[in-house]
Design a protein around this ligand. Structure first.
Ligand code: FRU
Length: 464
């Protein structure tokens, strides 16, 4: 029997983010609400801290804040998914929880780029134990007008029909999203392409993890394109996650939309998945890492985590992304609170591995926030003239906001992650960082500054 990998050091372990008990994780999958619990699954390799044959790891929560780690939901153990249970989604139908996921298959020539993909179904009535559908696959192969890149099904219901959107590459080598329709989640009819990259280097050669949903009377296509080239301060990560806002016509399968916009400005954000909460909020998780990053925690027996759960809102055709309101439940103590004119370098927080710093600054000047530990540092600077934030964590990432003399920053620190929400989610930076000690957080500004610092604790629940 293969042995699951074990943790050997907890120096970088996260306190309130979803991560695996040990081993590698990437994309969030199957985000849904079922029988009183929110469920989140993730791409998981339990046998090492490196990517490998994909399983679906699983966590659930009653309150969106405390996550309970559950047994592995899917393993690549059938002919239909023999080389991996790749990303997918969940939907509840007739009180049954269905998972729809991609089966990954290699040709036996040792070439990792020589593969084919199909789509599969599994179901559960307790939200813990899953049975694979006996007639898998539900979609045996990619359509004629597609290459072998055919994965990451996201399923939703509209007017009694089920729709599936898939990440795809057209025969012309360009990234695109295609849809299928079904009456019963089992038999699917190909509808065709709903959106396509306007160019290989501008919008990518492959669109991974598409998600499609209504928000504020618009339709949003959220996805993770591969192959976009950096342009000035934009698209600086290896791969991007962003969205198109538009209107979808179900009768013609056409999506009129505007341009591509990045959703997060940090180094570590990819492969998002949303769900519609019972109260109508559109909630989103991302993978809080990036392909080909160093992952220093691999030495400790694990790699990767999901972001803090966020709520999406659409304002003037821009997606705002802020922490779910339930995140206040993570606060266990108020460390400090003050309102004063700051004129010099001021220490906001130290010795806290898990903390939230809320700052409201009224200023017409540049300012700087530094997260430091001895010679290591992550720095955020704001330039009033261009309304641009620059985040330095190794190299730089940028976000420009609308002109505003009052700035609101909500900062979440969790041992080796840093998430900075600016002006209620107008701009967000998501970062991993690896210090030996908890960071000292310094503000250098000339500003009227209202500050609250909280200690956080989101201890994971153990599944019995
Ligand atoms: C995105 C992705 C998906 C795929 C999965 C495999 O990060 O490449 O397209 O299903 O990861 O783990």
């Amino acid at each position: 029997m293969k042995q699951m990998i074990k943790l050997n050091n907890d120096r970088y372990r996260l306190g309130y983010h979803v991560s695996a008990p040990a081993g590698w994780i990437n994309d969030p999958n199957g985000f849904c609400y079922y029988k009183g619990y929110y469920h989140i699954f993730y791409q998981y390799h339990p046998y090492s801290a490196d990517w490998g044959p994909m399983h679906w790891g699983h966590s659930r929560s009653k309150d969106l804040v405390h996550w309970e780690s559950l047994p592995i939901a899917l393993a690549p153990d059938t002919k239909a998914d023999e080389d991996g249970c790749f990303s997918g989604s969940a939907i509840v139908k007739d009180d049954v929880l269905y998972l729809i996921y991609t089966g990954h298959h290699y040709y036996d020539d040792g070439d990792p780029d020589h593969f084919w993909q199909n789509q599969n179904l599994a179901y559960s009535t307790d939200g813990i134990n899953f049975t694979k559908y006996e007639n898998n696959p539900i979609i045996a192969s990619a359509p004629e007008d597609n290459t072998h890149h055919f994965r990451d099904p996201k399923v939703w219901e509209k007017d009694g029909k089920y729709y599936m959107i898939l990440g795809s590459q057209g025969k012309d080598g360009v990234g695109r999203a295609i849809t299928y329709r079904s009456d019963d989640l089992k038999d699917w009819q190909y509808l065709g392409e709903i959106a396509k990259a306007n160019g290989l280097t501008t919008e990518g050669f492959m669109w991974e993890c598409p998600d499609f949903f209504e928000l504020a009377d618009k339709d949003i296509l959220l996805l993770s394109p591969q192959g976009i080239e950096a342009q000035g301060q934009k698209y600086l990560n290896l791969f991007q996650t962003g969205y198109f806002v538009g209107n979808f016509d179900y009768s013609t399968n056409t999506f009129e939309h505007g341009g591509f916009t990045e959703l997060d400005h940090g180094h570590d954000f990819y492969a998002t998945q949303t769900t519609l909460a019972p109260d109508g909020r559109r909630l989103v998780f991302g993978w809080m890492d990036m392909w080909e990053s160093k992952f220093p925690e691999k030495a400790d027996g694990w790699a990767g985590a999901l972001t803090l759960l966020r709520e999406l809102e659409l304002k003037d055709d821009q997606l705002y992304m802020r922490p779910v309101k339930e995140a206040v439940q993570l606060r266990t103590a108020e460390i400090s609170a003050w309102n004063k004119q700051v004129t010099e370098k001021t220490l906001l927080c130290e010795n806290e591995h898990q903390a939230e710093i809320d700052l409201t600054l009224t200023t017409d000047q540049a300012f700087e926030l530094a997260f430091t530990d001895q010679d290591k540092q992550v720095k955020l600077t704001f330039d009033q003239a261009t309304h641009t934030f620059t985040l330095l964590n190794g190299d730089a990432r940028y976000a420009s906001i609308k002109p505003n003399s009052e700035l609101k920053l909500q900062i979440f620190i969790d041992t080796s992650s840093l998430e900075i929400f600016i002006n209620d989610g107008e701009a967000v930076f998501t970062e991993r960082f690896y210090f030996d000690n908890a960071p000292q957080v310094w503000l250098t500004a000339k500003a009227q500054c209202l500050t609250q610092v909280y200690r956080l604790n989101g201890q994971a629940i153990t599944f019995e």
